[in-house]
Design a protein around this ligand. Structure first.
Ligand code: DLL
Length: 432
């Protein structure tokens, strides 16, 4: 099922020419309406008339998160402030939050791209969507809400938290679709097991999970435990929230809504554009955004692109699930380590639960990485000797995958704090 055949299956030549037109309009608008962008373009020596085709996007300067913070709260507005109908922001835990301001047209586009997302995973007007993403300034709750309403589904706007109630509502209302973070879906499964609830007796059939990194192994765990198909959905506050890219029923990379969000992959060190298939930092330009348009935004998310046509019939470029972030790459004794690599190794191992935390410390000027990971009851209640043997075995596998030593500590079930939103995987105690 395809929500918007015209745009999702557009012939690529036509799409490129449409993108050229949209980029030209966007650049013209920001140059004339936003002093910050005008300053940046003047400094880079590029005028709107210099954009002759979509490839000319490379002439435009990047924008970073810290620049967005410098112009907080309204510095990126490219329309009259009275035309803004809704505001969202990032959590701002590491500094001033970044702001996404939406006009009514921006909200309509958000609903459209989220309608595509739900339809890609087989949702229809007959579905009952339990939306356990947080409602509020976070974009997950309202973004999924608008998309679910757009396809005419029944929305259960429960927001995150209160897990027993989630299960009660799921059962009473016959929820067919769950949307929340992947880590929260596993917590829901865990509470269900404690309550002796059996998902095969529920009506749940699919879940739309994102807002944090997860792996294919974690997908399998979720699919098994909740008895559903689990789809990866990607987005970020700066661009629109969820709805930037999502998986179709083939679960084979995420289709980017390219008629609204133009993707590029760059080498994060040099800023050079990389060819399709090469891993690098994802850069996104909003082609249609009115409120707070972004030109060449450096997401810090690492992935690669694939332009081959997907078997589902969509022609849009696809991105691999996020492989890591340039900023949560840990540098351990000079070696680059991504939490996703560690998760991949851990979840290959029998008896290991998808609950882990990485603790980094500096002892005697040496970086030390400890991986704390939960194991199931059967393994934990084994003799100390076999626990130690398990730790050594995982340490060996991690060493082979990461090329650096990590100390492994197997911990009892539920020892690691659960999250109702994004999971906290890294505790970096080093002081730089
Ligand atoms: O997390 C938007 C969202 C809500 C996406 C609900 C999907 C579902 P932010 O809070 O601004 O926005 O965080 C954005 O989260 O740059 C990625 O690093 C990470 N992220 C989002 N989706 C995924 C995903 C929302 N599917 C940041 N896989 C992004 C991996 C993801 N990382």
């Amino acid at each position: 099922m395809i929500w918007n055949k015209e745009f999702e299956t557009m012939e690529r030549k036509r799409l490129a020419s449409m993108q050229t037109g949209l980029l030209q309009q966007q650049v013209e608008r920001i140059y004339n309406k936003n002093a910050f962008y005008k300053g940046k373009m003047d400094a880079a020596g590029i005028k709107p008339s210099g954009i002759k085709s979509i490839e000319d996007i490379e002439k435009l300067p990047f924008i970073t998160k810290s620049e967005m913070r410098d112009v907080y709260p309204y510095g990126l507005l490219s329309c009259d402030v009275n035309d803004i109908v809704e505001i969202h922001t990032s959590s701002g835990t590491t500094g001033k939050p970044v702001v996404d301001a939406y006009t009514q047209k921006d909200i309509d586009i958000w609903a459209e791209v989220m309608a595509r997302t739900f339809t890609m995973g087989g949702a229809t007007a007959k579905d009952r969507i339990q939306n356990a993403y947080g409602y509020g300034l976070f974009t997950g709750g309202l973004g999924a809400h608008y998309g679910a309403r757009k396809i005419g589904a029944m929305v259960i706007p429960i927001s995150g938290g209160n897990t027993k109630r989630q299960l009660q509502i799921m059962n009473d209302f016959g929820t067919t679709i769950l949307s929340c973070t992947p880590s929260y879906s596993l917590y829901i499964a865990e509470v269900a097991a404690e309550e002796k609830l059996d998902f095969s007796k529920f009506s749940l059939k699919a879940g739309f999970f994102g807002a944090e990194p997860w792996s294919d192994n974690m997908r399998r765990e979720i699919e098994d435990k909740l008895n559903i198909k689990a789809y990866d959905i990607y987005g970020l506050t700066e661009i629109i929230g969820p709805g930037v890219a999502s998986e179709c029923e083939r679960q084979d990379m995420l289709h980017i809504n390219e008629d609204h969000f133009f993707p590029e992959i760059i080498d994060p060190q040099t800023g050079q554009t990389l060819p399709d298939g090469e891993k690098g930092e994802l850069v996104i330009t909003t082609l249609t955004k009115e409120g707070t348009p972004l030109i060449r935004y450096r997401t810090r998310d690492i992935t690669y692109l694939n332009r081959e046509k997907c078997g589902c019939g969509r022609t849009s470029v696809r991105m691999h699930r996020i492989l890591g972030r340039t900023d949560d790459m840990l540098i351990i004794r000079g070696v680059n380590v991504f939490p996703s690599q560690i998760e991949e190794v851990l979840l290959r191992i029998e008896g290991v639960e998808p609950q882990y935390q990485l603790i980094v410390e500096r002892k005697d000027n040496m970086d030390c990485l400890e991986v704390q990971v939960e194991v199931n009851d059967a393994i934990f209640s084994d003799e100390i000797k076999s626990l130690e043997a398990g730790e050594k075995r995982i340490e060996k596998e991690l060493r082979e995958a990461l090329l650096v030593h990590a100390k492994v500590k197997l911990v009892e079930p539920k020892a690691i704090a659960r999250s109702e939103g994004k999971a906290k995987r890294i505790i970096d105690k080093r002081v730089f």
